[in-house]
Design a protein around this ligand. Structure first.
Ligand SMILES: Cc1cc2nc3c(=O)[nH]c(=O)nc-3n(C[C@H](O)[C@H](O)[C@H](O)COP(=O)(O)OP(=O)(O)OC[C@H]3O[C@@H](n4cnc5c(N)ncnc54)[C@H](O)[C@@H]3O)c2cc1C
Length: 669
């Protein structure tokens, strides 16, 4: 766990800020903090019990009558004022039972008891006293203090969220590191994606490091604000001086003689050099290779023709222009509503329809007083985030499992999924209004959640506008003044916006990675069949740790940052054990890796994204799911709690890495 001083931020919200903040606050969250601040548990009992939180909503009013809400708010205002005046919370560290009850009541559903470790982590609470004195915990405390051996250093590739997370954890353990970043600035996708409407689709208070809160101006921050956040984090944790910009790693090679990695890097002028390190952490990301179709005439278009990830920082003048947007994924769904008022005409070309969920807070600003409450009252912020972490994480998991006895006629996989389908269909119809005639073109014929669920940002309303047209099909040719679809229709355009997504499947490319015996990771992965143990380590590549590696994105939602923090937690526990036991290199055992990937595939076989007819970027050319993680987040949490060195071939300091076990035939399918 890491910490840093908080940045100085101007106080906002006026003299009555607290009263204003409480008025705008989330009532179930206020009830939880009331229990902790006052020690009175009746705030989560009887008439104060909120309704169940539905879908991805925050359930701000808790479904409670106005007089009950007012009572909670008045009590919260008094308790918070007392806390600000210096009174300590009555229950600073609730018992496991009370925590589970508070979280369950505030969300309106039972939270399984195995979530308690995660709840404690989210609320920054230490384990209860009894557990803290047990052997394992005290052993961990001792391990925390083991310094790296002299000369041990780490090379981090990439200065996006992954690279920053790695850097912060390493520096908290006193491990020297360097980050190599090919771009002139940090931030990764949040530096690159500057198209109108570019934003996160996970709430910002969840899509941020658990150890680095921020005063967000919106519930779902725009790209530029996330970039500012990442810059701020880099400053707070003093990461910037460790970053070498404008250097691309072309190849990383494990040198068996020294047991160290060598990285060939090149700068913009073509100058090459080799960097060396004891371990490599890859933070190269997955969503930064724009996928542009290779169509005849691409170079002939006479106006601007841009991929969303290459949209000019200063914007494009779209006033009075005919614009064609190709694609209907997450980026298209953000860009279309953002430009619809500017353009003379807009054509959206979709291949297959998408499921889109309502989320009323998507564009909502957070009033300054509430920003201040979230910023200055950690108890409120942490409980608010904890509730989000359930709604956007494992809450959905059961509904993504195929029910073998369910006959959904290809449209749904179980009863809950079917009710999702009905609810989303009704929502689509209501949003389209007069343009209801678009329903047949917009209604997916695969089950909800088969592809990543997209959040409505005014998408249907934009499509319903008179100057907007939806075309289903593919673009096959580009002309100087438009595009031609596969039905032969010409679509006139002054501007083309390619919202065609990214090559996510070829993980780690174009980076070349060579392991023991000169083996090539892309050969081992047969091109697009990337796999790893815990999404992090691959046999034959000692001391290489991949953040956002294969099967690390949770298809049932969630913030990737939660997963990156868990991956780094695991890596840190590994490094500490290596230092304590004088181990120089660790190489995961092939049988461990194979067994894990068999389990990944077995779990996926029971889930929605392997349902017949479901396609998308999760799957490789053989149909195998390589992007998503099939476990509950709490399961992955447990798996990454502590590295088990018996799962690795370990080489003591001074010796070269052990040769990897021979390949046991083709990887599990
Ligand atoms: C528009 C958009 C919206 C998204 N929204 C969400 C969301 O709502 N929730 C969510 O969880 N995820 C979202 N994602 C996914 C997003 O990719 C991750 O959340 C996260 O930003 C990944 O961070 P990263 O550091 O792993 O990768 P990146 O941000 O891609 O950073 C990788 C960095 O490595 C550098 N790099 C790569 N290769 C090399 C090399 N060989 N040498 C040197 N430097 C290199 C790159 O230049 C880049 O700076 C979104 C992605 C996009 C594109």
């Amino acid at each position: 766990m890491v910490s840093a001083s908080k940045p100085e931020q101007a106080a906002t919200g006026g003299p009555n800020w607290l009263a204003e903040a409480v008025r705008a606050a989330n009532v179930p969250t206020l009830a939880c903090i009331l229990v902790q601040l006052t020690g009175d548990r009746h705030w989560i009992e009887g008439r104060f019990v909120p309704s169940r939180t539905r879908g991805l909503e925050d359930n701000d009013d808790g479904g409670l009558p106005v007089e009950v809400r007012d009572e909670i708010k008045a009590a919260a205002l008094a308790a918070l004022q007392a806390w600000l005046d210096g009174r300590a919370p009555a229950i600073p560290n609730p018992s496991d039972e009370l925590l589970l009850e508070m979280m369950g009541v505030s969300l309106g559903e039972k939270i399984p008891s195995d979530y308690v470790t995660m709840i404690r982590h989210e609320l920054r609470l230490p384990p209860p006293k009894a557990a803290a004195t047990r052997g394992a915990a005290s052993e961990n405390v001792e391990l925390h203090n083991v310094p790296p051996p002299p000369g041990f250093d780490v090379l981090i590739i990439g200065a996006g969220i992954s690279g920053l997370c790695a850097a912060i954890e390493l520096s908290s353990a006193g491990i020297p590191y360097t980050i190599v970043e090919r771009r002139p600035d940090l931030g990764g996708v949040w530096l690159e994606n500057r198209y109108p409407g570019a934003a996160v689709d996970v709430p910002s208070h969840l899509y941020s490091f658990s150890f680095a809160p921020f005063r967000w101006s919106r519930f779902f921050a725009e790209s530029r604000e996330i970039h500012r956040y990442l810059q701020d984090v880099a400053d707070r944790f003093d990461v910037r001086s460790h970053i070498r910009y404008g250097l691309e790693v072309e190849q990383a090679r494990f040198d068996e003689a020294s047991g160290r990695w060598e990285a060939d890097v090149v700068d913009a002028s073509g100058r090459r050099q080799t960097l060396r390190a004891s371990a490599v952490i890859s933070g190269v990301g997955a969503f930064n290779k724009p996928r542009l179709p290779d169509l005849p005439g691409m170079a002939d278009f006479k106006g601007p023709s841009v991929h969303t990830a290459r949209y000019p920082d200063q914007g494009l003048d779209l006033k009075g222009k005919k614009v064609v947007v190709i694609g209907n994924g997450a980026s298209a769904m953000q860009v279309v509503p953002a430009i619809v008022d500017d353009v003379a005409s807009l054509v959206v070309v979709q291949r297959t329809p998408q499921w889109v969920a309502p989320f009323p807070k998507f564009k909502e600003a957070i009033v300054p007083a509430l920003q201040r409450l979230l910023d200055e009252v950690p108890l409120y912020r942490l409980w608010y985030r904890l509730r989000l972490s359930w709604a956007f994480n494992d809450k959905l998991y059961d509904s993504l499992q195929k029910d073998p006895s369910w006959d959904g006629k290809g449209r749904s996989i179980n009863a809950i999924n079917d009710s999702h389908r009905r609810g989303l269909t009704a929502y689509m119809k209501a949003e389209l209004g007069q343009a209801e005639g678009l329903m047949p073109e917009l209604l997916p014929d695969y089950p909800p959640f088969g592809k990543r669920m997209l959040l409505d940002n005014g998408w249907f309303r934009a499509l319903a506008r008179d100057h907007v047209r939806l075309v289903t099909g593919g673009v096959v040719r580009v002309l100087p003044d438009g595009v031609v679809t596969d039905t032969g229709e010409k679509l006139d355009a002054d501007v083309l916006i390619w919202a065609t997504g990214f090559d996510v499947i070829h993980l780690l490319t174009p980076l070349k990675v060579r392991g023991v015996g000169g083996r090539d990771i892309h050969d081992d992965w047969e091109g697009d069949d990337a796999r790893a143990y815990l999404g992090t380590v691959v046999p034959g590549y000692p001391n290489l740790f991949c953040l956002y590696g294969p099967n690390t994105q949770f298809g049932h939602g969630g913030s990737l940052i939660t997963i990156l923090e868990r991956q780094m937690h695991y890596v840190m526990s590994m490094l500490r054990k290596m230092f304590a036991q004088g181990i120089a290199t660790v190489d995961v055992r092939r049988d461990v890796y194979d067994a894990y990937n068999r389990e990944v595939d077995r779990k996926h076989a029971g889930m929605v994204w392997t349902y017949p007819g479901v396609t998308g970027y999760y799957r490789n050319s053989k149909g195998r799911i390589i992007v998503n993680n099939p476990f509950r987040i709490i399961e992955f949490w447990r798996m990454t709690e502590e590295a088990d060195l018996s799962e690795y071939s370990c080489s003591p300091s001074g010796l070269q890495a052990t040769a990897p076990a021979p390949r046991t035939g083709a990887p599990a399918r």
